[in-house]
Design a protein around this ligand. Structure first.
Ligand code: BMA
Length: 337
């Protein structure tokens, strides 16, 4: 395993909103860890679907049972949120015999003015990724398709490319990569959001200088005239890391990366920043929470003035926002270093 720099820093163009934008205190029902939210602009407002792991706290962990709900919040400015009184999904309501155990890490993509969610789905027979449609009020979810197990992390592009729906995904290739965590980012296409194929590798973990473990899709890509701009999460593991959050030991660090993909053939990486876009640095990203040192982006919005809002879960505990200009983000992907 290659040795990685102990310190990682966020790109200088990244401006953090100085405190988390959504925490358990904002939730009008049982809530504990609020993170990894999908965010989009839809019908004149910002809409967020967020993950809430609840039922345990630092004192009761690991003996108390975790439940996961998916909540909905709306906003006029993308910064201040009003949370709906009821979650759209709650694993506590599932029967123990049901095949699905929970849904989590929702990402929103609007295609032809219709909202879709990509979610991780734990089942009694493996972790899967599912694609669901949501009604226009974000009140109900209908699952359209689910992957074979060990492929739970996916995002949809906001439009068809060459007539097909496209998703980025990260299968857990447990056997073929030597039994180690070496998990890469792939792309598949579909005529109908149900049947997926034409699967190709996009980016391998060894292509990312600040990852030695796995990479995976983050927020759904945004279209620019230079290419599809897309974030990804990048994980480095260090066996010397010890207690770092609620668990006995947490050895991973999650950072965010950024790259540009070809508009016509998005399996082709046009450019990628050799340094992280967002690395854990703020105290709520490094010193407190369930799993510290975790940045997990899952929403990105391009504003008409060229500002890009990047929403990310921090420490699997709170939801945060950082901004940067589109030009700076593209420069990060294209400049020679
Ligand atoms: C990943 C996912 C994410 C989580 C991250 C860090 O494998 O489970 O939901 O944010 O681990 O714990």
């Amino acid at each position: 395993m290659k040795i990685l720099s102990p310190e990682l820093y966020s790109a200088s163009c990244i401006k953090r909103i100085e405190k988390p934008i959504l925490t358990k205190e904002d939730i009008p029902y049982d809530a504990s860890l609020i993170f990894n939210a999908g965010v989009a602009k839809y019908n004149g407002q910002y809409i967020m679907v967020f993950r809430n792991d609840y039922g345990a706290n630092e004192e009761t962990f690991p003996n108390a049972r975790f439940y996961t709900s998916i909540g909905v919040a709306t906003s006029d400015d993308g910064i201040h949120w009003s949370v709906r009184n009821k979650a759209i999904f709650d694993s506590k309501e599932l029967l123990p015999t049901e095949e699905i155990k929970r849904l989590y890490d929702p990402r929103i993509t609007i295609i032809d003015n219709k909202p879709y969610l990509c979610m991780a789905m734990d089942t009694r027979h493996g972790v899967r990724g599912c694609i669901a449609e949501v009604d226009e009020n974000f009140e109900s979810i209908k699952i359209l398709s689910a992957s074979a197990p060990d492929n739970r992390n996916m995002v949809l592009f906001p439009e068809r490319i060459n007539g097909k729906y496209v998703r980025l995904e990260r299968p857990f290739t447990v056997y073929s990569r030597g039994g180690k965590d070496r998990f890469d980012l792939w792309l598949s296409t579909s005529p109908d959001l149900v049947f997926w194929g034409e699967t190709e590798l996009v980016l391998a973990v060894e292509d990312v200088p600040y990852a030695n473990d796995k990479i995976g899709p983050a927020a759904p890509p945004i279209k620019t005239d230079k290419g599809w701009l897309t974030t990804f999460h990048a994980v480095d593991k260090d066996e010397s890391r010890g207690k770092n959050g609620w668990e006995e030991s947490w050895k991973k660090r999650y950072s965010a990366g950024i790259m540009l993909l070809d508009l016509e053939n998005p399996t082709k990486v046009i450019g990628m920043s050799k340094l992280p876009l967002i690395a854990p640095q703020a105290h709520y990203e490094t010193e407190v929470g369930f799993r510290q040192q975790v940045i997990f982006p899952s929403g990105m919005i391009l504003e008409p003035n060229g500002e890009v809002k990047i929403y990310y879960g921090a420490s699997d505990t709170v939801e945060c926002l950082a901004t940067a200009s589109l030009d700076d983000l593209i420069a990060l992907c294209t400049e020679k270093r």
